[in-house]
Design a binder for this molecule. Structure first.
Ligand code: PGA
Length: 248
């Protein structure tokens, strides 16, 4: 059985004033029937992790460097994130791939660095609208999975998030059949590469998940939770998504 995971990606949003949303989430969801993860900007990780240290909510980061230390001005290593209290790190998000030119090879190197620091890597894949229109979705996602995950992925060190680029922040989502098709394909790809143990790797859907569509998405084949952007910023919305997941 895979334990379900509701993950929030705050992106470049949030200052210390936003810590109250974490307090609210902990108050309303002290012991949820699924895992909860919030990935705030790096500036908030240690304060959030301190608040969550005995609680059901885990804190993660949104990126890391592939080196453990060194002359990389402005970058943060996986071990620094772990030291700050992060337990997970999102890697290969489409905004990083687009804004910072991250390639699959870079994502794979970062994933290895995350594992070495004891972090769970939440590796993101997903097609653009043009790639979907061309009928290339499975080829694109398959290639990203192959090249963004190093050998050695397990249920303990890796979560995969399928996030169609055209669904992120747009209010548009694939049909449930389209989500199922990609998630079943990702599962088969992972099992083909990593063996039976890959049945334990959690697969999240991401892209315009909100309280009103979460329950139906969570009924979909091989969907073990969600990676939520905009709707994770408010405790009430994220809490409603957690409730839908716990009930699924
Ligand atoms: P969204 O973002 O929920 O705002 O669409 C999802 C993501 O980018 O992880």
């Amino acid at each position: 059985m895979r334990r379900k995971l509701a993950a929030g990606n705050w992106k470049m949003n949030g200052t210390t004033a936003s810590l109250s949303e974490i307090e609210k989430l902990l108050e309303t969801h002290p012991d949820p029937a699924c895992d909860m993860l919030i990935c705030p900007p790096a500036t908030l990780i240690s304060q959030m992790a301190w608040r969550c240290r005995t609680k059901a909510l885990k804190i993660g980061a949104q990126d890391c460097h592939w080196n453990a230390s060194g002359a990389h001005t402005g970058d943060i290593s996986a071990s620094m994130l772990a030291d700050a209290g992060a337990m997970h790190v999102i890697l290969g998000h489409s905004e990083r791939r687009t804004d910072h030119g991250e390639t699959d090879a870079m994502v794979a190197a970062k994933t290895g660095a995350a594992w070495a620091a004891g972090l769970v890597a939440v590796v993101c894949v997903g097609e653009t609208e043009r790639q979907r229109d061309l009928g290339a979705t499975l080829a694109v996602v398959g290639a990203q999975i192959d090249s963004s995950l190093p050998d050695g992925a397990t249920a303990e060190n890796t979560v995969v998030a399928y996030e169609p680029v055209w669904a992120i922040g747009t209010g548009r989502t694939p049909t449930l059949a389209e989500i199922a098709e990609v998630h079943d394909f990702i599962r088969a790809t992972l099992v083909g590469r990593f063996g039976e143990a890959a049945y334990g790797i959690r697969l999240l859907y991401g892209g315009s998940v909100k309280p009103s569509n979460a329950a139906e998405i969570f009924k979909t084949s091989n969907v073990d939770g969600a990676l939520v952007g905009g709707a994770s910023l408010k405790a009430a919305d994220f809490g409603a998504i957690v409730d839908a997941l716990a009930a699924a």
